[in-house]
Design a binder for this molecule. Structure first.
Ligand SMILES: Nc1ncnc2c1ncn2[C@@H]1O[C@H](COP(=O)(O)OP(=O)(O)OP(=O)(O)O)[C@@H](O)[C@H]1O
Ligand SMILES: [Mg+2]
Length: 297
């Protein structure tokens, strides 16, 4: 199946500054891809290229098989900008406005707007969207992105202003959207969220794609194991021993060496107290990748 969204060697310069450097990346149909990277990495720039707001310096890409900027797919894509701007109107009419821009008509549009006001808890938000709290504006922006029931969702930091309940609601919303077969591409700095809902992640650093792959694989491959043993420190595993008191020693070893450690402990007549798998968090991986861009993890 062809990609829902695809960058091909997309490059963007602002003057002499290269904000995006040969990005090649695909969002597969029906998946959630987390687009990560430190501030200024080029995430928003890449999203703006995909939507045709900016023209690439070289390279390009396609959404639903149409080249970036092609207006024919506009009505099949939902977009949440990193900073939304609104008019002096309430949530429902702002959602209806977004629907009209996508060619939607009443009565379906009116019904859909009412449904989204309820779903995004916007009924008490007020009459003037410009004065909504930042979190309410983000909910409204999401409702606008969803109004046309899009096949592809492109969200630039969808949860940056939300309270914990809001973050959870958006998580459920994105999962439900994936269940319906939608493809979701979103940038975020909220790594625990990303860890919970993404199928894949892509990590951008100074305009370049540094890492890309299955979320689970990243977390597992970098996994370690905590083994607690009562007995003298095992010579071969001394570098992994992090604490020792009253003959109880805590080792943190790569998963691949866990069995060997347990065998050594057994042979040495030590008592095995516990074995606990430790997964590195996405946050730890992010920090190691951000560190100069070559951090091994
Ligand atoms: N219109 C512009 N003119 C000049 N430079 C720009 C412009 N837009 C972005 N940049 C620069 O391009 C680089 C990438 O910016 P971008 O906004 O894409 O980063 P980002 O990954 O979205 O960061 P953040 O996590 O802070 O949102 C930055 O160095 C930024 O200063
Ligand atoms: Mg950004």
């Amino acid at each position: 199946m062809s990609a829902a969204l695809e960058f091909r060697q997309a490059t963007k310069n602002f003057g002499r500054h290269r904000a995006l450097d040969g990005l090649t990346l695909a969002l597969h149909p029906g998946e959630i891809l987390g687009f990560l990277g430190p501030n200024g990495a080029g995430k928003t720039t890449a999203i703006h290229l995909a939507l045709g707001f900016l023209r690439p310096t070289s390279g390009g890409g396609a959404i639903l098989g149409k080249p970036f900027g092609d207006t024919a797919v506009r009505s099949r894509v939902g977009y949440l900008p990193d900073v939304s701007s609104f008019y002096a109107e309430g949530a429902r009419s702002a959602i209806e406005f977004a629907g009209k821009l996508n060619g939607m008509r009443n009565p379906r549009l009116r019904e859909r707007a009412r449904e989204l006001v309820a779903r995004m808890n916007l009924s008490s938000a007020g009459k003037d969207a410009r004065k909504f709290s930042r979190g309410m504006q983000q909910r409204l922006g999401l409702a606008q992105a969803l109004v046309n029931d899009p096949e592809v969702l492109i969200l630039d930091e969808p949860t940056s202003a939300l309270d914990p309940a809001g973050v959870m609601e958006v998580r459920e919303l994105l999962r439900a959207a994936r269940e319906e077969g939608k493809s979701i591409f979103f940038s975020s700095h909220q790594l625990s969220e990303v860890e919970q809902i993404c199928d894949r992640i892509a990590f951008l650093h100074r305009g370049k794609l540094l890492r890309e792959g299955q979320m689970e694989q990243f977390l597992e491959e970098s996994g370690r194991s905590e083994v607690v043993v009562r007995g003298p420190i095992l010579r071969d595993f001394q570098p992994y021993a992090s604490e020792a008191k009253d003959e109880v020693v805590r080792y943190v070893v790569p998963v691949l060496r866990q069995r060997e450690l347990i065998e050594h402990a057994w042979t040495a007549g030590a008592e095995l107290i516990s074995v606990t798998p430790l997964r590195r968090t996405l946050e730890e991986l992010f920090l190691s990748w951000s560190d100069g861009g070559s951090g091994e993890a």
